[in-house]
Design a binder for this molecule. Structure first.
Ligand code: SF4
Length: 331
């Protein structure tokens, strides 16, 4: 019998209200996510890459999982219970199990706290350990494991650290908390390209060490290829393709994924991200509003048929674990 997923999004739609401000008549809604469903299994730790350009809805998914937003329709379940129920009834347990890594760690650190206080706070708050000496030993060990030199870093404030050090501090924090699920939202986009590969390697070591699953959110297919076992491709708030990383990179099915792959010049995580994914600007939320009917991708799809302009395509399971949202695969 298949066990209950660790995390499950069931038919999740999220709408944002826009307009209606001073001097603006009327309000409208933008669908950031449309009927999104996927799950993270609980049997063994996995890494799932959530890939999409700016405005595709991937950060909205992260915010829903972290309980910073509620779905307009559908459910976000962790171990079978809704995230809102976890946060209402057992918030500390949820925070212990699900931890984020943000794009800009600087924004989440209290600028008046020194490094040791930043690392001590979650250990005490989440009641992981109370003994002062044990806390100090754990902090020093976690910092060393993540390539930080405690003798250099302890006693400093966040603004006195480099971007790479702040991100590794976030990894050390996660190593201390030992969550079951890490939600990493573009964690390397603000660190220097030369340090990116080191960070991704440390993330992999960390995940293996604590046996955590990771939902890695990125606009960069090369990075997703380095860190994820499987991929979920998002386009304008829709999951358009899902499968193993190997299958998607080598045999993409959806025309949008094919376009994403063709716009990547070189498979190197050290390359500058700005040089890739020219597609990003082309499919913003504002363009989404223009596609009112049919497949969200039809205006740019070289294979568009009449039906694509009139009806939303079905999600086709071409084989177990391999899904695509496209009329081309209807049998
Ligand atoms: Fe292209 Fe039609 Fe498939 Fe949409 S459903 S991706 S328009 S072929």
């Amino acid at each position: 019998m298949k066990s209950e997923p660790l995390l499950e999004l069931k038919d999740v739609t999220h709408e944002y209200r826009v307009g209606g401000g001073l001097g603006i008549v009327g309000r409208s809604t933008i669908k950031a996510l449309v009927s999104v469903s996927f799950s993270v299994p609980s049997e063994k730790p996995v890494s799932i890459g959530l890939i999409g350009e700016s405005g595709s809805g991937k950060t909205t998914i992260a915010r829903l999982i972290l309980g910073l937003l509620e779905p307009t329709y559908g459910k976000v379940l962790y171990k079978g219970k809704s995230v809102s129920e976890w946060l209402r009834k057992n918030k500390l347990a949820y925070l212990k199990e699900v931890q984020p890594i943000f794009q800009d760690p600087y924004s989440i650190y209290n600028p008046f706290y020194r490094v040791e206080r930043i690392l001590k706070a979650p250990l005490k708050k989440l009641k992981i350990v109370n003994d002062g000496k044990a806390i100090e030993d754990m902090i020093i060990s976690a910092m060393k494991d993540m390539g930080l030199r405690p003798e250099d870093i302890l006693g400093r404030y966040p603004h006195q650290l480099s971007g790479g050090e702040r991100q590794r501090l976030m990894l050390a924090r996660i190593l201390l908390i030992k969550p079951r699920l890490i939600v990493a939202d573009e964690p390397v986009s603000m660190i220097d390209a030369s340090l990116r590969a080191i960070f991704l390697d440390q993330l992999r070591v960390l995940k293996d060490k604590i046996g955590a699953s990771c939902l890695y959110i990125t606009h960069d297919l090369d990075i997703a290829n380095c860190v994820a076992d499987s991929l979920i491709v998002l386009c304008q708030g829709n999951v358009v393709e899902e499968g193993s990383t190997n299958e998607i990179i080598n045999e993409p099915l959806h025309p949008y994924t094919k376009l994403l792959l063709s716009s990547i010049p070189a498979p190197s995580p050290k390359a500058r991200w700005k040089d890739r994914m020219q597609l990003a600007e082309a499919t913003s939320l504002s363009e989404q509003a223009r596609v009112e009917k049919g497949c969200i991708f039809w205006p740019r799809c070289p294979y568009a048929m009449d039906v694509c302009k009139k009806e939303r395509p079905p999600m086709i399971e071409v084989e177990p674990g391999r899904r695509v949202l496209c009329f081309l695969y209807v049998k």
